[in-house]
Design a protein around this ligand. Structure first.
Ligand SMILES: C[S@@+](CC[C@H](N)C(=O)[O-])C[C@H]1O[C@@H](n2cnc3c(N)ncnc32)[C@H](O)[C@@H]1O
Length: 261
């Protein structure tokens, strides 16, 4: 069986259930170091099955997540209710290109390169503008993404494979970059899950087309938004990188701190 990964939120939730304590620590450090007021309300665009929503809510934050996949949204709403966190978390269906809220947030986060699902400069700038307008001035939008690799052969060989298990469901996931289209600024990637759901076997496999980021492009589009300003970059080991670092994909997913101006 071949189908869309995000149409199976139960399996996504298991496959992507790795420990996110380190990422949460980085986001909290950024909130402390870059926002002059207490961060209490957070927005998560493209929230998927809500692993960050639940973790932040359990730490006392109020958080709103949105996703453009109805199945993902319905699953996440049920998960939040079952966890007894409806007073802290709201989940809605919306799209990064157009999302707009009546609520004003203190900060927003966008983990594991989900912003990559926006391809064109116009879509990205629109997303920067609509997100910034939902965040209090002086708040931050933290993007977690990786840039194009310099050594494309090494990149193609850098497939990530991992396993996860819950309630008798075993999932083996592989994620790899198939190729980069530097003319179109797109990275063509493949995600595959081999699932054993209590004896029932299925395979979900599909191509994901993501924005191929360069640091120059990111800086240019942030500036073009007129509403955000790049303040800092951290790697996943919580080391701060100077803004004039030559950023390449080999450095992995980095955290970009965009301040609302
Ligand atoms: C890799 S998952 C990440 C989910 C979550 N942030 C996490 O860390 O687990 C990417 C999510 O982006 C959603 N998505 C893709 N394009 C989107 C868009 N244009 N607007 C909102 N959500 C989108 C997908 O439905 C999927 O749930």
């Amino acid at each position: 069986m071949t189908d869309k990964l995000y149409d199976y939120p139960k399996y996504y939730d298991i496959a992507f259930s790795w420990n996110i304590t380190q990422e949460i620590m980085i986001y909290k450090k950024i909130f402390r170091d870059f926002v002059d007021f207490p961060v209490k309300k957070i927005l998560e665009p493209a929230c998927g099955s809500g692993r960050f929503l639940v973790k932040f809510a359990r730490e006392g934050y109020e958080i709103v997540g949105y996703d453009n996949n109805r199945k993902m949204v319905d699953y996440t709403k049920r998960k939040v209710t079952e966890a007894g966190l409806n007073d802290k978390i709201k989940v809605v269906k919306s799209d990064m290109k157009t999302a707009d809220f009546d609520i004003i947030f203190d900060a927003a986060i966008n983990p594991i390169n989900s912003i990559g699902y926006l391809h064109s400069d116009e879509e990205i700038v629109a997303h920067f503008c609509n997100t910034a307008s939902d965040i209090r001035k002086g708040g931050v939008y933290v993007l977690h993404l990786s840039c194009a690799w310099e050594d494309t052969t090494a990149e193609a060989e850098d497939a990530e494979t991992w396993s996860a298990e819950r309630n008798g469901i075993k999932i083996n996931t592989t994620w790899k970059i198939l190729y980069d289209d530097k003319e179109q600024n797109l990275s063509v990637q493949q995600g595959a899950m081999n699932i054993d759901d209590n004896g029932k076997k299925l395979k979900l496999e599909e191509t994901h087309v993501l924005r191929l980021w360069t640091y120059e492009d990111l800086k240019r589009l942030v500036k073009k938004s007129g509403k955000l300003s790049l303040k800092a970059i951290y790697n996943e080991d919580r080391q701060r990188l100077p803004l004039d670092t030559e950023i390449i994909g080999e450095m992995g997913n980095l955290f970009y701190v965009l301040k609302v101006i």
